[in-house]
Design a protein around this ligand. Structure first.
Ligand code: CTP
Length: 428
């Protein structure tokens, strides 16, 4: 596998010295690192130190790139697998959130089509300021991973959250982001195209799922017991969101119906947030017709038969209140029987034992075309990797354990091939 390529943008701040250690850690584990220093960053670390450690040219201004033959700023922003901003100052975060591009760092951040990870560092008041918090929320909503700063004593003598996370923690977050980064593997390479230096995704009409509409459910559902309590499960939503991201990358129109999860919406995906299974079932109906539906959500099997309008209180008698349950609609099985059944209907099954046998039984019981089954006995929900078996009436295809985004991409390849053999749905 090629070494991961990191574009490291170093903002101005006393914590910039920690970026030197970060470069060292990245190089030690074989990553290719290119550093960009903001004008303020140059006050704290020198290009010479970074060039020596990264063994690469360091960029400080847009004019370093005026020789477009060597490396244009668009190319610089996109040749990396991940863009890391550390330290991300309040000013840099504000510019990123506002889409400003008035120097090299901000221009690269606006031009990149790669995932961005920001490690903030600033005074505690600046971090807690409503404007910074607003900017962080906006950036997370845009899909930028913004780490939580460390808490502790600051260089300015104040105490609280705002310290740059330790280089080892940033390194771990980088590994995590790389494991989940969308790889352009589904997309033809543009390196030989006359558009080299332009976005490295294929024109929309050449992508494998162009013209297809795909519905995905993801995450858990929350079934209220009273205004403050609910029944839930441990689904993180990560696999479903990775599938939505991969479907959008592959050119599909993607509708993601998500239970309550704090994950950013993948680029190009239309997201509808729901809370309960009943709401999810209604939104799935609203989303039809589609070419394929992938039901990744861990839908709660039961809801409270009656939801109390007010918080249920202890009455002091030591008696526990009865909790009567009602069965939720089976969204997948309902869709299989629906006159507007998608031409390709895929269910998921997280099992703890006899994974393949249970998945085969589920395939028949639910009436879907494929079941993507995974063993969650040793590997609880919420991790970043998955080992799945694709169970179809024709047989079982077991895939090696891999990052969830790699599973998602491989699944999209299989779906694209399969849809080519099936008649499209009837449109309204
Ligand atoms: N599913 C659904 N609606 C439900 C329950 C499940 O659409 N009310 C879908 C899930 O999204 C998943 C598949 O059905 O694609 C299998 O979910 P799972 O919870 O494993 O199935 P259950 O029928 O609940 O079986 P089990 O008895 O194993 O819980």
């Amino acid at each position: 596998m090629a070494a991961p390529r990191i574009l490291l943008i170093i903002g101005g701040g006393i914590a910039a010295y920690k970026s030197i250690e970060l470069v060292r850690l990245l190089r030690k584990s074989g990553h290719v690192v290119r550093c960009v220093l903001t004008r303020a960053g140059e006050q704290f670390v020198t290009p010479l130190t970074l060039a020596a450690l990264s063994e690469n040219k360091v960029y400080t201004s847009l004019f370093d790139l005026k020789d477009e033959v060597e490396m244009g700023h668009i190319q610089l922003s996109r040749e990396a697998d991940l863009v890391v901003v550390a330290p991300a100052t309040a000013d840099l975060l504000a510019k990123m959130a506002g889409g400003q591009a008035d120097d090299l760092a901000t221009t690269l951040l606006l031009a990149t089509d790669k995932p961005v990870l920001a490690a903030p560092a600033m005074n505690v008041r600046m971090w807690l300021h409503a404007a910074t918090q607003r900017n962080v929320r906006a950036l997370r909503g845009d899909g930028v991973t913004v780490m939580e700063p460390d808490e502790g004593e600051m260089a300015c003598g104040e105490y609280g959250p705002g310290r740059l996370p330790e280089p080892a923690a940033i390194f771990a977050a980088i590994e995590d982001a790389l494991a989940n980064a969308p790889l352009p593997s589904l997309l033809p390479s543009s390196s030989t195209s006359p558009l080299a230096g332009q976005p490295d995704f294929a024109p929309a009409e050449h992508r494998p799922l162009h013209g297809r509409r795909i519905l995905i459910t993801a995450g858990p559902t929350h079934e209220p017991i009273d205004p403050v309590r609910y029944i839930a499960n441990r689904s993180s939503g990560k696999q479903g969101f990775a599938i939505a991201a991969a479907a959008a990358e592959a050119g599909a129109e993607v509708l993601l119906i998500a239970g309550p999860v704090p994950l950013p919406t993948p680029p190009g995906v239309i997201r509808v947030d729901v809370e309960t299974a009943t709401q999810m079932a209604a939104e799935v109906q609203q989303g039809l017709p589609v070419d394929a539906a992938i039901m990744v959500a861990a839908v709660a099997d039961w809801r409270a038969a009656d939801t109390a309008a007010q918080k249920i209180k202890k009455d002091g008698s030591g008696q526990v209140p009865p909790l009567a349950l009602a069965e939720n609609p089976d969204i997948l099985a309902g869709l299989a029987r629906d006159p507007r059944r998608p031409p390709l209907l895929i269910g998921f099954a997280a099992e703890t034992n006899d994974v393949i046998q249970h998945a085969q039984a589920k395939l028949a019981r639910k009436g879907c075309d494929w079941i993507v089954a995974n063993d969650v006995s040793a590997d609880p929900m919420g991790g970043d990797a998955n080992m799945v078996h694709i169970v179809t009436p024709q047989g079982v295809d077991s895939w090696e354990r891999q990052p969830k985004n790699a599973v998602a991409r491989k699944l999209m390849e299989k779906i694209a091939d399969e849809l080519d053999t099936r008649a499209p749905p009837e449109r309204d």
